[in-house]
Write a protein that binds this ligand. Structure first.
Ligand code: FRU
Length: 474
């Protein structure tokens, strides 16, 4: 669908005209119970994540009238606890010549109490173009806000002419941070030769930016990298990005687009840096374009888009007027092996209602509603199979953990992960999703599932695993 411009007044009018659509969506029993989802229409990447005066602001790529109208905005939700959310009016519209086909993804950086949002203004020309090396603009734009609700005029900071000369027209999704007393910006990029990389720019004032270098492994890894994030936990630096065009390799890189992290060794001074091995952030079917930010208590929090673009699965909720959701919020930490791990945000514990627990060797057989949390702490694991929600199978055989959603995946089938020693699984189920944290979040499987919403069961055979299980209805 061609994305078309829409200013605030036109949005408000279109929304009023479609009030019934919005209300119908709210009544849909398939709506997620504790995930962020679009008020109506379409949602993709989380944008501009930040916390200001205790309030978390979650902006996101939002196409509320999808599939009827293609205009994209920054949607906006707020929360203080990631349990109760308030819908806000969209924050950024497509209302300048620099972002007339959509304010694309971007992020927040706070300077002296002012929130600075850097994002990509997408412009698509009408005509006969390939839209890779011609026919589009991706501009870097700044808006500021004192409170997260009211925004300044837009300021154009960079156009495609300011990016390195060997780039295609695809350069986007800025993230800004401070290192060594200087400001840096990273952007995802595709070169004219179809090599993905992350471009690094430098600035003394957040307004004037100059290109410094690009992060890229020695051997090309995909043709485009989207949505880069840089983070430093303790003394360890990481570069997260979403490479497109990486060929499948056995059980690795099984989705059409990837998302993962590289350890980054760089002091933000000279030209020398080292990227370590790429690790997938997720092993399931539905994880892409995550954004990380540091909250007021210093935690690194990640939210991802619970989908992968162009994956071609059927999406039944579209018939009910909405599509997609975000992952649960996850806190990032580095484990004893130096791996970037994810754990469900502590706040989610307050969703827990009834608790039941037992020994795994006695087997487990429970009826369950769609929303639950199941924790398995294994002392000894041979091989086992867990049936979750009736038609989803999670098996562990010959050191491979496998998720099989063939029966209820709407085109999704099987995803696998090698795990030498499996000692823990933490599973979150919502109406239409499963998020499975393996070994304290060293790996995660995130998947949407569409099995029946009633008479669900969790089941494991007796005698295969030793340890304890803990079940909570949510
Ligand atoms: C990733 C992405 C970004 C872009 C946005 C547009 O899903 O393609 O690169 O900014 O979505 O909606």
């Amino acid at each position: 669908m061609v994305k078309s411009p829409m200013k605030k007044d036109a949005y408000l009018k279109n929304f009023q005209d479609r009030r019934e659509w919005y209300e119908r969506v709210q009544r849909d029993p398939a709506r997620f119970k504790y995930h962020i989802q679009p008020p109506m229409g379409w949602l993709n990447d989380p944008n501009g994540l930040c916390q200001k005066d205790g309030v978390y602001h979650i902006y996101f790529q939002y196409c509320p009238f999808y599939p009827e109208l293609g205009s994209i905005f920054w949607g906006h939700m707020t929360t203080r606890d990631f349990i109760h959310f308030e819908e806000q009016e969209p924050a950024v519209y497509s209302d300048t010549p620099w972002d007339c086909n959509g304010p694309y993804s971007g992020s927040a950086f706070e300077k002296d109490g002012t929130l600075c949002f850097f994002y990509t203004g997408n412009v698509r020309y009408e005509g006969d173009y390939n839209y890779v090396t011609d026919g589009r603009e991706q501009n870097t734009i700044l808006i500021t806000s004192e409170d997260g609700y009211h925004f300044s005029e837009k300021q154009l900071l960079m156009t495609n002419d300011d990016y390195p000369a060997d780039m295609s027209r695809h350069v986007r999704d800025p993230q800004v941070f401070r290192e060594n007393g200087r400001y840096f910006m990273i952007q995802g990029a595709r070169s004219a030769e179809d090599e993905g990389s992350v471009l690094l720019f430098e600035s003394g004032d957040l307004i004037h930016w100059s290109y410094k270098l690009r992060f890229q492994p020695e051997k090309p890894f995909g043709y485009m990298w989207e949505c880069p994030n840089y983070l430093k936990i303790g003394e360890q630096r990481f570069l997260i990005t979403c490479p497109q065009g990486v060929p499948r390799d056995g059980i690795e890189f099984a989705n059409v687009y990837q998302c993962g992290w590289f350890p980054l060794d760089y002091d933000f001074e000279g030209e020398e840096y080292k990227l370590g091995d790429f690790h997938s952030l997720d092993r399931g079917f539905d994880f892409y374009a995550p954004q990380v930010f540091r909250d007021e208590s210093g935690r690194w929090i990640l939210l991802g888009w619970m989908a992968v673009p162009d994956s071609g699965y059927e999406e039944p909720t579209l018939a009910n007027g909405w599509i997609h959701a975000m992952t649960i919020p996850r806190e990032l930490y580095v484990n004893e092996f130096g791996l970037l791990c994810q754990k469900p945000l502590k706040e989610l514990e307050s969703l827990r209602k009834e608790k039941v627990c037992g020994r795994l060797e006695e087997g487990l057989d429970r009826e369950t509603p769609t929303c639950f949390e199941l924790n398995l702490l294994m002392e000894e694991t041979e091989e086992f199979e867990i049936k979750l929600r009736e038609s989803v199978k999670l098996t562990y055989r010959c050191g491979v953990l496998q998720l099989d959603v063939t029966e209820c995946g709407m085109g999704r089938t099987v995803r696998s992960l090698k795990v030498l020693k499996l000692h823990g699984l933490r599973i979150f189920s919502d109406t239409l999703s499963l998020e499975i944290f393996v070994n304290d979040g060293e790996d995660v499987f995130t998947s949407r599932v569409y099995d029946s919403m009633e008479n669900l069961r969790i089941w494991t055979a007796a005698g295969e695993i030793r340890g304890i299980w803990e079940y909570y209805s949510l």
